[in-house]
Design a protein around this ligand. Sequence first.
Ligand code: GDP
Ligand code: MG
Length: 202
Amino acid sequence: MQIKSAQYLISSPSYDKCPKPDKPEFAFIGRSNVGKSSLINMLVSKQSLAKTSSQPGKTQLINHFIVNNAWYLVDLPGYGYAKIAQSTRRRWEQMIENYLRKRENLVNVFVLLDARHEPQKNDLAFISQLGQWEVPFVLVFTKADKEKPGAVQRHVQQFLDKMREEWEFLPQVFITSAEKKTGREEVLQFIQQCTENLISGE
Ligand SMILES: Nc1nc2c(ncn2[C@@H]2O[C@H](COP(=O)(O)OP(=O)(O)O)[C@@H](O)[C@H]2O)c(=O)[nH]1
Ligand SMILES: [Mg+2]
């Protein structure tokens, strides 16, 4: 798919302040620092569209970008940042739950996982929640350039093995590197397929 245009639109404190739900929407979520903003920039080939920062836990807003005037990409605040206050964490949980369950144009959630790590409890717990809420999602392993391919494959398998304990069907998996642009075509192809299915009413 060709990216003809990509712009930052707005940052919202809650789902009901988000742009009118008139276009298909794809959200990116994962632990702070997993590479959400970098992945969005890589997908649309704009270096600084979504802010990337090595300071985790800073953004607490729902950030909307519009691509090709046709669909929204959403950079969600990260989870699993240990140093935030309990009250901030609860506010985050409520905001995210509302957004994920009530945003009517949300087509798919990309759950980002660091390809360098073995399965992490809070990632698995978050995915269980998505399942309970019946939110469609796929897995995106990030920073593949920082790890040997064999180790990346092992971490993917370990994660899917963990999921198999609870899930009958396993989600689609993408392996990416924002640095090397790995997985870009595959993810864009998936987004395109999702929007075409919507049009044909599947
Ligand atoms: N080597 C490498 N570094 C990455 C990649 N993706 C993100 N990073 C780095 O990881 C840090 C966090 O990335 P960011 O996109 O801000 O993560 P976010 O908090 O999930 O939005 C930054 O220093 C990025 O440069 C990648 O694919 N490869
Ligand atoms: Mg970010």
